[in-house]
Design a protein around this ligand. Structure first.
Ligand code: PLP
Length: 361
């Protein structure tokens, strides 16, 4: 039996069929239908967000967040992320400036942000990585001092809270991804959360071709609407999200029991005061008897597929290499030594133990 790095959480076939039945009756498939609106309310409540807008995927949501805030010039971000973050910045005609990451949480190193700020800087786009949260207080203080906007790539932190406060309430806007591989999915999908209600109109307009009324188009918009089938999947999956996270937690506990304290193996420290979502289980091999690539090979030889994630870092992509400012040696070293182990709802204790046996052998 193959063990992949992730497996999508799904409702039963019957439950999903029941949920999509009204679509066959109304024949309303997309463009802010009833399921879209119901799901927007429910997911916003779950995230503890003041305002939420749904999207067909997280990447377009992030792109629209950047457009909605009218960012210009340079944006400080990290390269230890998925292609989406850097692509969204560049696609909006902005220049990414790469800040290195914290060696424990792999999120932006807040002690290195200010030295990168110039008179062209308009925003910081940090990434909450693996379910670890950024130092949101420090980022807020820097943004305030230099009059910068903050958009969080929150693709990995669905359901995460700091001291009971939803992670999507920090910064100007946060982007969550509901892709099939994430903790919570709507097949493909995503959302933006934001505290300034005034952004809602602009975000909705950009999401629907810039159309503001049947005969007026006021923005160079795109098409990024969530359809009714996605919303139905979201409504089904949302019912089970707490069980899903609990199941991941059990798997993480077994991983930690087996791998914590082993020479040459480094796990992320558990962040105090943070409600975790156990999205990923990253392991850093640093001075272990085998390197990351050898471990990945040994696992795949037994049909277990871990992921070199994130590797390479985005400033090493051929489309970006050498083009943008910012030295990121820590991010580079982490990306060359990190492996995210299988982690999903229903991953059995036996399988976690099997994976650990192979690594420790
Ligand atoms: C998944 C992901 C995205 C993109 O989300 P999609 O919904 O797949 O478009 C962006 N950033 C990070 C860090 C991600 O992991």
């Amino acid at each position: 039996m193959k063990i992949n790095v992730t497996r999508s959480s799904m409702p039963s076939y019957e439950e999903y069929c029941e949920a999509i039945k009204p679509i066959f009756e109304s024949k309303w498939l997309t463009n802010m239908g009833p399921l879209h609106n119901e799901f927007a309310d429910k997911v916003g409540t779950y995230l503890g967000a003041d305002n939420v807008s749904l999207f067909t995927n997280g990447h377009l949501a992030l792109t629209i967040a950047i457009r909605a805030l009218n960012l210009t010039g340079e944006v400080i971000t990290t390269p230890f992320t998925f292609a989406s973050t850097t692509h969204a910045i560049v696609d909006c005609g902005l220049t990414p400036v790469f800040c290195d990451v914290n060696p424990d949480t792999y999120t932006i190193d807040t002690d290195k942000i200010e030295e990168l700020i110039t008179d062209k800087t308009s925003a910081i786009i940090p990434v909450h990585v693996y379910g670890n949260v950024c130092d949101v207080e420090k980022i807020e203080a820097i943004a305030k001092k230099h009059n910068l906007k903050v958009i969080y790539d929150a693709a990995h932190v669905f359901g995460v809270k700091i001291g009971g406060r939803g992670i999507g309430t920090y910064g100007d806007i946060s982007m969550f991804s509901f892709h099939a591989t994430k903790v919570f999915n709507t097949i493909e999908g995503g959302c933006l959360t934001y505290s300034d209600k005034a952004l809602e109109g602009k975000i909705s307009t950009l999401r629907n071709f810039g159309i503001t009324s049947p005969e007026s188009v006021d923005e160079v918009g795109t098409n990024a609407k969530m359809n009714e089938f996605q919303a139905a999947m979201g409504l089904c999956n949302l019912k089970y999200i707490d069980d899903c996270i609990e199941s991941r937690k059990v798997a993480e506990e077994t991983y930690r029991k087996r791998l914590e304290g082993v020479d040459g193996i480094k796990l992320c420290p558990i962040q105090g005061g943070v409600t975790q979502n156990h999205a990923y289980f990253p392991v850093l091999f640093d001075g272990y008897k085998y390197n990351r690539d050898e471990i990945a090979q040994k696992l795949s030889a037994e049909d277990i597929f871990a992921r070199k994630y994130f590797y390479p870092i985005t400033n090493e992509f051929s489309c970006y290499k050498g083009k943008f400012r910012g030295e990121t040696p820590i991010a580079k070293k982490i990306s060359e030594n990190i492996l995210t182990l299988p982690m999903y709802e229903g991953l059995s204790d036996d399988n976690v133990n099997k994976i650990c046996d192979i690594i420790l052998r």
